[in-house]
Design a binder for this molecule. Structure first.
Ligand code: UD1
Length: 419
């Protein structure tokens, strides 16, 4: 497994672009299955999870062409295979997003339980309940989910929780179903709005994404499309949190500030100077900040769970105490023992972490166990005095493209060692 050798203590300065959003791209790739034409997607981000999803699409019968300018062509005219290979499905959580679109297009799907980051139990009951409401027959046996839906019928679905994945799955199932599907208490994340816009650009009839009720009017067929997905709010937030802690003057381009306003508010209150102009955010920090006092992860537009590990790292060197409540994923404090090795003062209990700022973190040999914990520990290494060895950084490649190069461009000192 690759590792990072991080020499800490540098400030971050300069300008950096934000790539396409992993979570939008993954849902949109699943949505390609709905198209009976050719999908052209721009700004293809080279994340491992995206490549794994493309492998799955290939196994279903799609023909994929990757162009040098980061345009992807996905020819979806001949999708015939309804079995998602177990080996591939186990590699990414979002393989489960194919249930809805495959049922809509092929009326049938066989998939294993999904893999992905180990950040909690991550049930899929809401996905399955919603699809059953639309008249799908679902059998779970021997670790597989077999779903059949010769006649998908639009219905009202009420989600007990605004799950991102369940909302996307049910939306996509409703696209080629007969009649109208309404999802109440749907997730409101920007990636859901992006999926709606993508599907509508292919001829779908969805409205309401971004609110808590989404309406999907079934259509006969979807066609070809050329589309540019939104940029990654979590990567933008990761850069801002790193810049806040290291100190310096950074400008982040291609970002919709509204998508990370919960973070921007906290950064401003802690002492960062933030200036927003169009799709550009400039942040100036002296690296000596107050803690955020409290962070509570919530569905959008609340504070994103995918920025909690990185925000926690910033609290370890900020003045005061911060109480962090992780409401979404129960094992998302797995990086805290690693931070304690680096000198952090953190007490965790169930879904709560109490972080009291210390003067300094010190370099240590640490390991990342999931994607966002990985970027968080990279930031910790950049803040620390001395050298940090961060092991298993392949986890980071799932959702960042050469994170070390992005940070080095801003002035960090990180070397990747490939074994
Ligand atoms: C998506 C994102 C992930 C992000 C998360 C929350 C992708 C590829 N991943 O994950 O990066 O952290 O949203 O913003 O888009 N739940 C159930 N039953 C279900 C489904 C979910 O109880 O059937 C619970 C989960 O355990 C969790 C909460 O709902 O506590 C939120 O999960 P969900 O919104 O579904 O997250 P994902 O779609 O898996």
């Amino acid at each position: 497994m690759d590792k990072f050798i991080i020499n800490g203590g540098n400030t971050l300065n300069g300008v950096i672009d934000v790539p396409s959003a992993k979570n939008s791209y993954l849902a949109i790739l699943a949505g390609c299955v709905l198209s009976s034409g050719v999908v052209c997607l721009h700004n293809y981000p080279k994340f491992d999870d995206i490549d794994k999803m493309l492998d799955i699409l290939t196994s279903l019968g799609c023909k994929i062409e990757r162009k040098e300018d980061r345009t992807l062509y996905i020819d979806c005219r001949n999708i015939t295979n309804y079995v998602i290979p177990q080996k591939l499905a186990k590699k990414i959580r979002s393989s489960i997003f194919l249930l809805g679109p495959m049922l809509s297009r092929l009326k049938k799907v066989l998939v294993t339980y999904p893999g992905g980051c180990d950040i909690g139990s991550r049930p899929i009951d809401l996905h399955l309940k919603g699809l059953k409401t639309l008249n799908a027959k679902i059998v779970e046996r021997f670790g597989f989910i077999e779903a059949d839906a010769p006649n998908l019928i639009g219905e009202n679905v009420h989600l007990d929780y605004p799950s991102v994945g369940a909302t996307e799955n049910i939306m996509m199932a409703g696209v080629l179903a007969k009649g109208t599907t309404k999802i109440f208490n749907s997730a409101k994340e920007p990636e859901i709005v992006d999926l709606q816009n993508f599907i509508n650009a292919m001829g779908g009839k969805i409205s309401g994404a971004g609110t808590d009720t989404i309406t999907i009017q079934g259509v006969e067929k979807l066609g070809s499309v050329e589309y540019t997905p939104i940029t990654d709010r979590i990567i933008a937030g990761t850069y801002l949190l790193a810049g806040a802690g290291c100190g310096g003057d950074i400008t982040i381009k291609n970002v919709d500030y509204e998508h990370i306003y919960s973070l921007i508010t906290k950064l401003k209150n802690s002492g960062c100077k933030i200036d927003i102009k169009g799709d550009t955010i400039r942040q100036v920090s002296n690296g000596k900040l107050k803690t955020f006092s409290s962070i509570e992860t919530l569905p959008y537009p609340g504070f994103p769970t995918d920025l909690q590990p990185q925000a926690l790292v910033l609290q370890t060197i900020s003045e005061g105490t911060c109480i962090i409540t992780e409401n979404l994923f129960e094992t998302r404090f797995k990086h805290t023992p690693e931070l304690i090795k680096m000198g952090a003062n953190i007490v965790t209990r169930d879904r709560m972490a109490i972080v009291t700022g210390v003067n300094k973190l010190y370099g240590a040999d640490v390991t990342c166990y999931d994607l966002r914990a990985g970027s968080a520990l990279t930031i910790a290494g950049m803040l620390a005095e001395g050298t940090t060895t961060l092991n298993d950084v392949k986890n980071i490649d799932r959702g960042y493209e050469k994170l070390e190069e992005a940070f080095n461009k801003l002035g960090a000192n990180i070397k990747r060692v490939t074994r």
